[in-house]
Design a binder for this molecule. Structure first.
Ligand code: M6R
Length: 592
């Protein structure tokens, strides 16, 4: 969590830092700050709130520094206030640090430092780093950082500058993401690639255990022992345009409407060849899917497809639950980690532990070069491009596309199935071009405080995903439930003011869903159905019906998901909420 950016070159650093921070704001937006080496002294400014508060504070200041670091915070240790905002400085204000992640032994370090007479100013774990660097400094920032690393435990990325060595930034990756951007006579660091795209597409994603010594005319990467490493520069295929809003009010809306293209790009990536995996799912005793949030929901859909087509038992688990469990895995198991960012700490660390136990690790990620990508035995990619909205949308449907391709990979009619899958982007486009009715419906229901989302079989994970979208961006309580389970308890929640969204495409459980809808109606509940166009049964039954183009059973989740994304978006937008950066959240959760 949190976003880090750094620049050293010959242009005014502040402009680069602020632009970078704006692109990293999705990682956290409790406070923001910068530190620059201005006329031989450290200049620090930090403000509570979003980047715009920092920009306001810096407005009109003629800062000429050509090197600096910046930070946007998602609070983990210490309340949201200016003192806890980054950058943090040492007692003599000669060193500044920005940090993402957690220093786990910060309490011991604080005690040790206080015994040496060093006074703490904040409640953060970060402050330990800067005091240690100052303490270890003997004329070389890199050496001071390397020595500091010997004392730290946890998972983190941080960057340090010093007034004593203007133009030099030393940054570290250990468990939280950090990417180096290579320019001409200037170099950059950032937590994520999109922050670098306005300046360069040549990047080096650092690995855990690497330290970069960044100067205007050179980039030197070392291991924690100080051995110089040789690294390849990667050219990023995205351009800046694909990370902009493109005329949409919010990134989330843009990303929802991008799905015909992102689906088609993803499917085409796998259509003419198999998945280039040197194994079949059938080679394994079990597939264990590990993921969080939306990626977990994609895994639940994938389970049905894999069990149907590969005939292998699939277990789907929340990464945060796996990590401290005694799960029995071994060589006979395939662990499938699903993660848009490829940086989610819960997912990474739980699957790494499973890999240690002998299982094969296959990952499905959207970000090439991410930690999971590098740490896995094999990787599959979604080709959805950068996703900026905190709520995952286009990456969810892209994950579904790859999971489907994986499930049917060794079937005899794989090619036919994949060609058929290529119909999905067209149908999604058809639905989106005719989706105005959802907006009106959303506005009509925007005053409700509770929603139930129900579905069965493939529509059950879609119900979970629809409910997650609504709660995270509109702050309305929503519960996803298997429709058949309602009678075992949650049906007690039904009353006139609690609408139920019932996902009921014509599939194997359609008739069962109709009965479940009747059960809700019998308790005076209002039902918004999501079903096929022209479904007269549903139309008669439901208070409102969202109609999607008919599609075969297997592929229904692609179509049923889209109106639920729009429904959540339009409610949140109508309520005037910050759709792309909802409160308390961050796009990539790199802390446990
Ligand atoms: O990057 P990941 O797919 O690993 O992220 C997992 C979750 O943090 C993520 O899906 C989260 O639940 C989203 N905010 C959902 O919209």
């Amino acid at each position: 969590m949190c976003g880090i950016v750094g620049y050293t070159g010959s242009s005014p650093a502040l402009l680069v830092l602020l632009q970078g921070l704006e692109r990293l704001e999705y990682r956290g937006y409790d406070s923001a700050g910068v530190a620059l080496v201005e006329k031989g002294e450290l200049y620090v400014d930090k403000k509570v709130g979003k980047i715009r508060e920092l920009v306001r504070s810096l407005w009109g200041k003629d800062l000429k520094a050509t090197a600096g670091i910046g930070h946007t915070r998602w609070a983990t240790h210490g309340e949201v206030c200016e003192l806890n905002a980054h950058p943090h400085t040492d007692g003599s204000s000669e060193f500044a640090v920005v940090h993402n992640g957690i220093v786990e032994n910060y309490r011991e370090l604080k005690e040790e430092l206080e015994k040496l007479g060093i006074a703490y100013r904040s409640q953060t774990d970060t402050e330990a780093i800067v005091h240690l660097v100052a303490l270890n400094y003997e004329g070389d920032l890199l050496k001071a950082v390397l020595k500091t690393l010997e004392k730290l435990t946890g998972a983190y990325a941080f960057a340090v500058i010093s007034a004593k060595e203007p133009g030099r930034i030393v940054a570290v990756r250990y468990g939280s993401p950090l990417v180096v951007g290579i320019g001409k006579g200037e170099n950059f660091i950032a937590s994520d690639i999109p922050a670098l795209l306005p300046f360069t597409r040549d990047v080096i994603p650092l690995k855990d255990g690497e330290v970069v010594d960044l100067r205007p005319d050179g980039v030197f990467i070392y291991d924690f022992k100080g051995n110089l490493l040789t690294k390849d520069v990667m050219h990023v295929p995205w351009d800046i345009i694909s990370a902009e809003k493109g005329g949409f009010k919010h990134f989330m809306l843009k990303e929802i409407f991008e799905q015909p293209r992102t689906l088609s790009d993803t499917i085409r990536g796998y259509i003419s060849r198999d998945l280039s995996l040197p194994f079949s799912l059938k080679d394994f005793r079990r597939v264990l899917v590990v993921a969080c949030g939306t990626s977990y929901h994609a895994g639940l859909v994938g389970k049905y497809w894999i069990e149907k087509y590969a005939g292998v038992p699939v277990e789907v688990a929340y990464a945060s639950e796996v990590r401290y469990s005694d799960m029995q895995v071994g060589e006979e198991d395939l662990v499938l980690a699903i993660s848009q960012s490829g940086e989610t700490a819960d997912t990474r660390f739980s699957v790494l532990a499973l890999k240690e136990k002998g299982s094969t690790l296959l990952s499905l990620v959207n970000v090439m070069g991410s930690a999971l990508d590098r740490e896995s035995d094999y990787t599959l990619y979604t080709h959805a491009g950068p996703e900026i909205g905190v709520a995952a949308t286009k990456t969810f449907t892209a994950q579904l596309a790859v999971l489907y391709a994986l499930a049917v990979n060794h079937t005899e009619d794989r090619q036919v199935k994949m060609e058929n899958l290529l119909r999905v982007p067209h149908l999604v486009e058809e639905y989106l071009s005719n989706s105005e009715a959802v907006r009106e419906l959303a506005i009509r229901y925007a005053d409700r405080r509770d929603f139930l989302y129900i579905g069965r079989y493939l529509s059950y994970p879609v119900a979970l995903e629809g409910a997650l979208k609504l709660k995270e961006i509109s702050y309305i309580h929503a519960e996803g439930y298997p429709a058949g389970e309602m009678k075992h308890g949650p049906i007690a929640l039904i009353e006139e003011k609690t609408p139920t969204i019932a996902i009921a495409p014509k599939d194997r459980v359609y008739e069962k869903m109709l009965s479940n809808i009747e059960e809700v109606l019998a308790r005076k509940g209002k039902v918004i159905g999501v079903g096929f166009e022209g479904d007269e049964n549903l139309k008669k039954l439901c208070t409102n019906l969202i109609e999607i183009p008919p599609i075969e059973e297997d592929l229904t989740p692609f179509l049923t998901t889209i109106p639920l994304q729009l429904f959540a978006y339009y409610i949140a937008d109508y309520l005037g909420l910050d759709v792309d950066q909802p409160r308390n959240l961050a796009k990539t959760v790199t802390v446990e």
